[in-house]
Design a protein around this ligand. Structure first.
Ligand code: MN
Length: 738
């Protein structure tokens, strides 16, 4: 590494060595001489290979792979093989080192993991790169889980250091993380990673709210700690009767989860009671841990009154991602609700580090099987893959990232299905033949509709009939990928059979017209706008295409069908790329898009109603035209993650004098018929704004009003919110996203 290191100066070298030393110190797993040698060699190779690269922040690039390796070792708990692969993860893609060289120097296992990581990058030419990427992530999961775990560490480090990227890139990476990596981290039981991903995503998407909540958390810290002490103190003493050592502490919840509560419960920060959870961890031998957890539970609920319906027992039935823990909510001092999580050291390790920890405890229990089951599901969905990528992705998300529901066969065998699964899903889950011929369903001995949503503990009986066949309507009554794809392929088969009649009719028709079959079928397919011959046959068989008026569309010229020319055909627009057509400015709000003004046609998204000043982006929709969305729009994440290449930067041109629609939700104490009067007076007379609509609804002394008004920008909207909040009787005013 003598000649090329010239690109590192003394300061760089110090930084690199320091990072490397930190990495070595973080390794907890056992290593032999060969492991140590590989790590050293990987480091030396990567230092040289990346010597000409720098990160956006200006640091030497090599610091990134070293840090990714440290995350793998310290935060995920992976061993030497993964650490070596992590150090090498960008080498093949970014430098001249080849995959062959890695295989030669480090062996097949490491070579294969590095190959997997290399393959996961790139690929942006296809219609839906994210869906494709996602599939690749899953495929690599089946090859070696470490590929995905290292990829997570890579993503985590990139998210932590996103600051020096341009804003639109930050948004894109955040959306992709939201779409793929956060749910996957959750599914693999990597709770720490998942939580940090969510916070980092929020920090990028909603920087103002993020900062606000984190400041509020900081300010209320002392008070909170005092409260936690008052909760824990009486418990600590009682816990000493347990024959095992216990640890008890308060744990703050993530900023993201607090923000979620504020949004869903529509209450201000001050009214969120569970800003933290109390955790009790027991050091007990494996065979005693369950019993110890329940012992602790009984002590907790002796000291503080429990709320029985909040008891969650994942000790008896662990979640399918391996999570084991006992959760309860009790009433603490000052009547405040407190969530208490009870678990053993081993359970805690698994909860924090998921998959990686499972390896450590493998063999101790059959619990590891929950992963194998899950991986089997992944395999099944990947194999069952004749569908388009987006459909695949949706199926996947509903099936493998969701909580589950436990139900029983008539014989008492337990079956696990994704939450939201229906009785018909259950039939397909038992066997595809049982699904195909499902005629009726019973839950707990009562007949239910096929679309009945399963509940925990349901006992399901399927009654089949040989003559039964799936129909289009069934697709609406299932949620699992298996059922869906089985029904679809059965429908396809039915369609093909039905289409045979259409094909025969067409053959007769062409014979009568004395035109060639092979030479003309595809002309017809194209002319009527179908994708394939079977589609045309089917359309003919259901008389969507009428063969008797074929002569109105075609002339026969020497055994060939020639379309009759149409009088008015619009071809002028066909050459202009969609969304890029020039447009006269029509007094709409002004935005600068992709650095230019007046070049694009656009509309404001009706889903999130952006107003001037909101963080926005432009999305080039498939149907043409650009749509402007707020970055916080619920659709945005989806769009950005799936169609990153269709996103254009959009910035408001301040000062443009136009109006935007904004919707507010106002709640308060009902002070009689005067409420509407007061509110509308404030808005229209005092603030001088136009109201588009105003609904108000009162019950039991409270009212809820929805007002839609026109504002010029976000600052003005914030003023309106502040003024209304200060009115007597008004308790809260929030902006609503449709
Ligand atoms: Mn990387």
């Amino acid at each position: 590494m003598s000649t090329q290191t010239a690109t590192y100066n003394t300061e760089d070298k110090q930084l690199i060595q320091q990072a490397y030393r930190q990495l070595l110190n973080s390794i907890k797993s056992k290593m032999d001489d060969r492991d140590r040698k590989h790590i050293r060699e990987a480091y030396e190779l990567a230092v040289v290979a990346h010597s000409k690269q720098r990160r956006k922040s200006g640091e030497p690039y090599i610091l990134h792979p070293i840090e990714v390796a440290r995350i793998c070792a310290e935060e995920i708990g992976l061993g030497p093989t993964a650490i070596v692969a992590a150090i090498l993860h960008d080498v093949v893609e970014d430098t001249e080192i080849t995959s062959v060289k890695i295989h030669e120097q480090f062996g097949e296992k490491i070579g294969m993991i590095v190959d997997g990581l290399t393959k996961l990058d790139g690929l942006y030419e296809v219609e839906s790169p994210q869906a494709e990427n996602f599939k690749k992530v899953l495929q690599s999961l089946l090859v070696d889980v470490r590929v995905v775990l290292i990829k997570m560490a890579d993503r985590l480090h990139n998210m932590r250091t996103l600051g020096s990227m341009p804003r639109h890139k930050q948004l894109k990476i955040a959306a992709e993380t939201d779409f793929i990596y956060a749910p996957l981290a959750h599914r693999l039981g990597l709770y720490n990673l998942k939580t940090e991903f969510e916070d980092l995503i929020m920090k990028i998407k909603e920087p103002a709210i993020y900062t606000e909540i984190s400041n509020q958390l900081q300010e209320s810290k002392d008070q909170r700690e005092e409260f936690i002490d008052s909760f824990i103190d009486p418990l600590s003493e009682e816990l000493s009767v347990i024959p095992f050592p216990t640890r008890i502490f308060g744990r703050p919840k993530s900023i993201y989860s607090i923000w979620n509560k504020i949004k869903t419960k529509k209450v201000p920060f001050e009214e969120i009671y569970d800003l933290f959870a109390v955790r009790i961890i027991i050091t007990a031998p494996l065979e005693k841990e369950k019993q110890a957890c329940w012992q602790v539970y009984s002590i907790v609920t002796d000291v503080h009154i429990p709320i029985p319906e909040r008891l969650k027992d994942w000790v008896t039935t662990p979640k399918s991602n391996g999570y084991e823990s006992l959760h309860t909510t009790v009433i603490g001092p000052k009547g405040k609700y407190v969530e208490v999580q009870i678990r053993s050291e081993r359970m805690d390790d698994i909860a924090e580090r998921g998959f990686a920890a499972h390896w450590k405890y493998k063999g101790q229990r059959t619990q590891g099987n929950v992963y194998n089951n899950w991986l089997d599901n992944v395999r099944e969905i990947l194999e069952n893959d004749d569908e388009d990528a987006i459909q695949f992705l949706n199926d996947f998300k509903t099936n493998l990232f969701q909580e589950e529901v436990y139900v029983y066969t008539p014989k008492g065998d337990m079956r696990v299905l994704p939450k939201g699964a229906t009785a018909l899903d259950f039939a397909f889950h038992i066997h595809s033949d049982v699904g195909y011929h499902c005629a009726s369903l019973k839950v707990n001995n009562k007949l239910v509709p096929m679309g009945y949503k399963l509940k925990n503990g349901d006992q399901v009986t399927v009654i089949t009939k040989e003559s039964q066949r799936p129909s289009e309507a069934w697709l609406k009554m299932v949620v699992t990928g298996k059922a869906r794809s089985k029904i679809r392929s059965s429908m396809k088969e039915e369609r093909r059979k039905q289409g045979e009649f259409g094909m025969e009719a067409l053959q007769r028709k062409l014979r009568n017209l004395k035109v060639d079959w092979e030479e003309n079928v595809d002309t017809l397919v194209q002319y009527f706008g179908f994708n394939s011959r079977p589609d045309l046959y089917f359309a003919i068989s259901v008389e969507q295409v009428n063969l008797s008026d074929l002569k109105e569309h075609f002339n026969v010229e020497g055994h060939k069908l020639v379309p009759v020319p149409k009088v008015q055909e619009v071809i002028e627009e066909a050459s202009a790329p969609r969304g890029k057509r020039k447009k006269k400015y029509t007094g709409q709000p002004k935005l600068m898009i992709d650095g230019t003004v007046d070049q694009y046609e656009y509309q404001l998204g009706t889903c999130c109603s952006p107003v001037q000043g909101d963080d926005v982006f432009a999305y080039n929709s498939a149907t043409g035209g650009l749509k402007i969305h707020r970055t916080s729009c619920p659709n945005a994440t989806n769009l950005m993650a799936r169609f990153g290449y269709r996103i254009l930067r959009a910035e408001w041109i301040m000062g443009a004098n136009t109006s935007f629609v904004a919707d507010l939700l106002i709640t308060g104490v009902d002070s009689g018929p005067g409420v509407i009067q007061t509110l509308s007076n404030q808005i229209s007379s005092t603030l001088g704004l136009n109201i588009r609509s105003f609904y108000i609804d009162g019950h039991e002394g409270f009212f809820e009003g929805r007002v839609s008004l026109l504002v010029t920008n976000k600052d003005q909207l914030n003023i309106v919110i502040r003024v209304l909040k200060n009115l007597e009787g008004v308790s809260n005013v929030t902006r609503i996203e449709a």
